[in-house]
Design a binder for this molecule. Structure first.
Ligand SMILES: C[S@@+](CC[C@H](N)C(=O)[O-])C[C@H]1O[C@@H](n2cnc3c(N)ncnc32)[C@H](O)[C@@H]1O
Length: 224
């Protein structure tokens, strides 16, 4: 199985030898890759819709892994129990939906569990949710796929309340990321906020000021 750069970046964060669950698995490319490459011995793929599950079933059978990858038709982690997964990947969904799925699975509040999260949008809402609920973003990576930049977060729960710098939710651990794409990610984000601020300068001057301030924070981080 050859993964897209985005899914490969998520796969690279999975711990070796752990039980894994891929939520919103769609085609099941990720669990197939992880089992084929010996990163885990077996895996669960879960998806909300029947179409992706049927598709995943075919792909898993074609890879000869039907005995090692189980599929579940369910929302989020509803049909995954705590003893079945140590590393949980949620990729290719919006940050708001990812937060909601985590919120519904209280058992993720366990220091031994590891979340690999790749939001397609609203990464700042996901980061806010995580830091307000005792999750720690251990690190983030940035990858490029078809000209778009994506972040991948490696997250653990420890229940501690921390004080974060202003606007942390907009950049998280990206400034500490070693990838040369990290700086480009922050520059693109800052450009977007400046554009958005310009568009709402008259309609919502207060929000426009906030966006300029976020863009300023991002610019200062890229200048370091
Ligand atoms: C864009 S695809 C991403 C597939 C793959 N994870 C990736 O990153 O390439 C999103 C998948 O999430 C599934 N999905 C959407 N909402 C879901 C939910 N609440 N629970 C589980 N799966 C969901 C969709 O059916 C779809 O297969």
């Amino acid at each position: 199985m050859k993964l897209s750069p985005r899914l490969k970046a998520a796969a690279d964060e999975v711990r070796c030898g752990k039980k894994i669950a891929d939520i919103g698995t769609d085609h099941a490319h990720l669990p197939i890759y992880l089992v084929e490459n010996g990163i885990c011995t077996s895996a669960i793929g879960s998806d909300l819709r029947e179409g992706p599950i049927a598709n995943a079933k075919i792909n898993i059978a074609n890879a000869g892994l039907s005995d090692r990858i189980q599929l579940r038709l369910a929302s989020g982690l509803d049909k995954v129990s705590p003893d079945e997964a140590d590393d949980i990947i949620i990729a290719g969904m919006g940050g708001i939906l990812i937060s909601e799925l985590i919120e519904k699975a209280d058992w993720l509040k366990d220091k031994e569990k590891h979340l690999v999260l790749q939001p397609q949008s609203h990464a700042e809402i996901l980061r806010s949710y995580l830091i307000q609920n005792g999750y720690r973003i251990e690190k983030e990576n940035v990858c490029e796929d078809a000209g778009r930049l994506y972040c991948v977060m490696s997250v653990y729960y420890d229940g501690e309340e921390r004080t974060y710098p202003a606007n942390y939710e907009y950049y998280g651990e990206i400034p500490a990321c070693k990838s040369p794409l990290a700086k480009e990610y922050l520059i693109r984000l800052s450009d977007r906020y400046i554009r958005d601020a310009g568009n709402m300068r008259c309609a919502d001057p207060k929000r426009a000021e906030e966006l300029y301030s976020i863009a300023d924070t991002l610019n200062r981080l890229t200048a370091k």
